[in-house]
Design a protein around this ligand. Structure first.
Ligand code: NAD
Length: 497
């Protein structure tokens, strides 16, 4: 047996042991149980196509049972002392941190990202638990005298009520903690529906929340093969008070339309099409490093991924050559291999979509500098790809690529860069590289994006308000804004005492 076969055999045993420790049922009212119709669905490893686990697949009846459980404990949960909720979140932070290696491996197995990146997501995802444990006790209202100096004004925050939380497959832990932690902080109960492609991390996280002391019924988890079978009945049920969704813009629009039925509070974290602007006065090496991070984190499967590289014409050739060399040197493989820097895409369909965008760009006149041909063999691998001379009207610049492909175009003036950056229905993340702080202020005043990285390729942080404008969504997650998404404001007018 060769050395690599031995290490693969050992890691397989470890993987099998971890997978058997993940609950496979639905979490309803503090109990893990089977689906009402006994249905199940499989979860696959995108690096091998093999089945990792089989989970209970919630039905519409199960979804309603989960809301029953959430509704039953909403009033008592809302009355718990903020310190109690804060300490549950803090214990959850400690437990996730203790189990960091397990969470990281689970994410690598079900989603494909390299282990080093999965560890980074554990740190980022756990931080929402710590941040909101600290915010729980600082959710202030206000008391003041009315301007007429007669009556008094009292303003208090209350939990919005039972929430439906729907998360995508690309960040299986962080997308769950980014919603669950502020909901716990605010005193809301929840029904969580993770993406069917990567539910294992959320199942393990829910078990960890129970171990941290979260009372039965506060967090219910209904993994399911049928997403609309869960959201459909819940959005019509008047006991549900909020839907918080992270995912694609088309699905978000559908959920907003359904949420109108009961005029539900909504938070929508939707798609992006981030411009990465490199001005002529930028530090080029830093810009290339930032471009690598902004493009390649999560194999490009991130809403914040740099999707369009807009480079000043005077430095276009130099930036492109350095960036293409760096992209071409990355090692692709199964995320569990320590040498791997680029894992597989999530499924066969994702690879077909990415390659179709590349092919269409080449047909429109773009030049492939590296990559551009899907890898052979098992797993849904696609090589890091750089496209130069991409025409400004190419489809690849107008759509979320969600893969390791970097299209580059050039601009002449600052106004051109701003116009090109804004030429998208999306407005989530954007990146600006320059040594001129005044330029940053001029540009950020004019670009329509919820977030700007200034000489920074990765900006997500639990202490910062994450979110977009235009069709990238509504609301903010993280920061002091994050808890406000889960509270409602009540005003009490008090007669002149
Ligand atoms: P998706 O919209 O296909 O699915 C997201 C979630 O919605 C999943 O849980 C899915 O099962 C569920 N869903 C799908 N159809 C549904 C329906 N008809 N009714 C109810 N639920 C439904 O998105 P995805 O492919 O899982 O994730 C990728 C997308 O998510 C990208 O567009 C990406 O930009 C976006 N995203 C946004 C953010 C952000 O913070 N703005 C973060 C991560 C991902």
């Amino acid at each position: 047996m060769s050395v690599s076969e031995i290490s693969f055999a050992i890691s397989s045993e470890h993987e099998a042991a971890l997978l058997t420790s993940v609950p496979t049922g639905l979490l309803i009212g503090g109990q893990w149980r089977d689906a009402s119709d006994g249905g199940t669905f499989d979860v696959h490893d995108p690096a091998t196509g093999q089945v990792l686990a089989t989970l209970a697949s919630a039905t519409s009846e199960d979804a309603v049972a989960a809301l029953d459980a959430a509704d039953k404990v909403q009033a008592s949960w809302a009355r718990t002392a903020p310190r109690v909720r804060a300490e549950i979140l803090r214990r959850a932070f400690d437990l996730v941190t203790e189990r960091a290696e397990d969470f990281a491996l689970l994410m690598t197995l079900e989603m494909g990202k390299p282990l080093a990146e999965a560890r980074g997501e554990v740190t980022y995802g756990a931080e929402f638990l710590r941040w909101f444990s600290e915010e729980t006790v600082r959710d202030y209202g206000r008391y003041l005298t009315a301007p007429e100096e007669k009556n008094k004004i009292l303003v208090q925050h209350k939990p919005v009520g039972p929430c439906l939380l729907i998360t995508p497959w690309n960040f299986p832990l962080a997308m769950a903690t980014r919603k669950v932690a502020p909901a716990v902080a605010a005193g809301c109960t929840m029904v969580l529906k993770p993406a069917k492609l990567t539910p294992l991390t959320a199942q393990y996280f829910a078990q960890t929340m129970l171990e941290a002391g979260l009372p039965a019924g506060v967090l219910n988890v209904v993994s399911s093969a049928s997403a609309s079978g869960i959201s459909g009945p819940l959005l019509k049920d008047s006991r549900l008070r909020k839907v918080s969704f992270t995912g694609s813009t088309p699905v978000g629009k559908r959920l907003m339309a359904d949420a109108a039925h009961n005029v539900l509070r909504t938070s929508m974290e939707l798609g992006g099409n981030a411009p990465f602007i490199v001005f002529e006065d930028a530090d080029l090496d830093k810009a290339v490093d930032g471009a690598m991070a902004a493009k390649m984190r999560n194999m490009g499967e991130a809403c914040t991924a740099a999707n369009r590289f807009l480079v000043h014409e005077s430095i276009g050739a130099e930036f492109t050559a350095k960036f293409a060399a760096a992209m071409g040197s990355l090692a692709t493989g199964r995320g569990t291999d320590p040498k791997t820097q680029v894992g597989p895409l999530i499924d066969a369909g994702a690879r077909v979509d990415v390659h179709a965008l590349v092919t269409a760009a080449v047909d429109a006149g773009a030049t492939v500098l590296t990559g551009g041909t899907p890898n052979e063999g098992p797993g849904y691998f696609y090589p890091p790809t750089v496209l130069a001379n991409v025409p400004n009207d190419a489809a690849i610049l107008g759509r979320e690529i969600f893969g390791p492909v970097a299209p580059i175009t050039t601009f002449t003036t600052e106004d051109d860069a701003i116009r090109l950056a804004n030429a998208s229905e999306y407005g989530l993340a954007s990146y600006v590289y320059s040594r001129d702080f005044n330029r940053l202020l001029r540009v950020t005043e004019q670009i329509e994006f919820g977030m700007v990285g200034f000489n920074a390729g990765v900006i997500s942080n639990a202490a910062a308000p994450f979110g977009g404008v235009k069709q990238s969504g509504l609301g903010r997650e993280g920061g002091s804004e994050g808890i406000a998404e889960y509270t409602t404001t009540q005003y009490i007018g008090i007669a002149d005492p």
